[in-house]
Every structure is written in C-alpha cells, then in structure tokens.
Design a protein around this ligand. Structure first.
Ligand SMILES: Nc1ncnc2c1ncn2[C@@H]1O[C@H](COP(=O)(O)OP(=O)(O)OP(=O)(O)O)[C@@H](O)[C@H]1O
Length: 261
C-alpha cells in the first residue's frame, strides 16, 4: 500500500504533518504512526477508520495533545501543539479542544448540568447562558439537568458528554468511539446531534469509529492502515465504507500471505 497524503479544502482546524509515533524499544518496539499527514477542515465532520491496531486512537491522542509525537508537527488552528510543555498542553486542551469518550467519563458526584459546565468552571470561564440553553435543548436534556450520571441512561450520559464538549465552543471536538457503548437508537441520537452541531453551529469534529453507519454521518472518512493514511472518502455512505474496509482486509491479508511465503 502507498502512503496517501490527505488533503481537504478550506482552513484547517487541526493538522498533522509527517507525524511519527513509536511505542517501546528493541523487540517490543511498535511503530504506531509512520509519517501521517492529514488536515481536518474547520466546520467539517471527519471519521477516522481502519483495522484494529492501525493507529486511529494514537493519531487522535496526538492531535488532541493527550500524547506526544516522536517526529512531525501537530497544529490546532494556528497553535503548534508539538513542543508544548505539560502546562501548555493542559491549557490548550482546556481552551481549544472538546472530548467525547466511549466510556462517557462523567463525574459521578456532579449533576448533568454541573458536568456540562465543568470544563468552563475548571478554566474559570463564565458560561454563556443562552448558548448553554441552546446546547441543552439540542441534546434534549432540559428535564434531566439535576440528575446524576447513575440516574441517566447510557444514551443520556453520552448526550451530557456531547453537551459538555460543545458548550465550551472548542476549535475541535475529538470523539473516540462515541457510540461504542450505546444501543443503536441512542447511538443514532448521538450521531444526529454531532451532525447537527456541525451543520447548525459550524463545529469541527474528528471521530474514531469502527462502525460504517457511524462513519456515514461524517463529511469525510480517513482510512488508516499500519500507521499510515491509505485513503479518504468524501460524502460516505455505510455501504461504500464497508466495501472500502473489505478491500483493505483483502490487501492486508494478501500482504501478510506474501510475508509468510
Ligand atoms: N501505550 C502503548 N504502548 C505500547 N504500544 C501501544 C500503546 N498504545 C498503542 N500501542 C500500539 O500501537 C498500535 C496502534 O494502536 P492504536 O490504539 O492507535 O490503534 P487503533 O487503530 O486505535 O486500534 P483499535 O481499533 O483496536 O482501538 C497498536 O499496535 C498498539 O498495540
């Protein structure tokens, strides 16, 4: 497979340039990213897909300043992420980036409202009440704001996490398998919300997923294999994504067969 350099039109909200990431050393060494170059355009929804171990989470963690790169550059907007101190990274994550995780990651002792406002309170920023109301109404949580996470369904908890990410108006929201723990109805609600936040509010979203249906909500899918960007697809449908993933399986399968011979 050749390394495809990913390009997209418009201003980049996040960008990786020739990023390498190596875990471990010697025999245990794993090259998780091999020179990844990719742009994530402002106001667009991008899904990252690829086989297990292809480097999707590593790429997302490097983009979001949750992990260090070994080589190459990461930008969030005009900010160079690579080279920032721990303090600089903490500030950047707090002010520029929103996260949605598969496990929701809500604070159990706080109400839904307190969870949604937590990133703002940590950053000592005042909530814009009108915007808070709009976000809460969009995710349909108005009558659940005083509930603690244990009093909410999985889908409702993930909608709290979505609202928490959106309320701070980050440059980019990174979502790691946001529907992985949800039944298909709740998953659809979350995906529709993510789509709406792009269409109605101009939010930029980067989402790692294994699910072709989830990927079909994106504007574009970036395919990784063996730590490299190998393809991209605009205006994806679940069927086209599935076909592409099957094609990768065949290529990877035949490459492994060659190696064994
Ligand atoms: N902390 C770590 N230490 C050592 N190796 C790691 C670490 N994190 C990831 N890896 C390795 O790096 C490679 C890429 O992992 P990564 O989690 O990014 O893949 P992925 O595409 O997200 O996989 P999955 O779909 O299974 O979540 C894998 O071979 C993985 O085993």
């Amino acid at each position: 497979m050749t390394t495809a350099v990913s390009t997209d039109r418009g201003e980049a909200a996040a960008r990786a340039t020739d990023v390498w990431k190596v875990y471990g050393s010697g025999e245990a060494q794993v090259i998780a990213l091999r020179g990844v170059t990719a742009e994530f355009t402002k106001g667009r929804f991008t899904a990252i897909m690829g086989p297990s171990g292809s480097g999707k989470s590593t790429l997302m963690h490097c983009l979001a300043g949750l992990d260090y790169t070994d080589r190459g550059e990461i930008h969030i907007g005009d900010n160079l992420v690579t080279g920032l101190s721990d303090k600089g990274l903490t500030l950047l994550r707090r002010e520029k980036v929103g996260f949605i995780f598969q496990q929701f990651n809500l604070m159990p002792t706080l109400t839904a409202e307190e969870n949604i406002l937590l990133p703002l309170s940590i950053g000592k920023r005042k909530p814009d009440r009108a915007w808070f109301d709009q976000v809460v109404d969009t995710v349909g949580l108005r009558d659940r704001l005083s509930h603690k996470p244990t009093e909410l369904s999985g889908g409702q908890q993930q909608r709290v996490a979505c609202a928490r990410a959106l309320v701070q108006r980050p440059d980019v929201i990174f979502a790691d398998e946001p529907t992985g723990n949800l039944d298909s109805k709740s998953g659809t609600e979350v995906l529709k919300f993510l789509r709406r936040s792009v269409d109605d509010f101009g939010q930029t979203i980067v989402m790692v997923t294994h699910d072709p249906v989830a990927a079909s909500y994106a504007d574009r899918v970036l395919f990784l294999a063996d730590g490299q960007v190998v393809d991209e697809m605009f205006d994806p449908t679940a069927d086209r994504v599935l076909d592409e993933l099957k094609r990768f399986d065949e290529i990877v399968g035949s490459a492994q067969g060659e190696e064994r011979r």
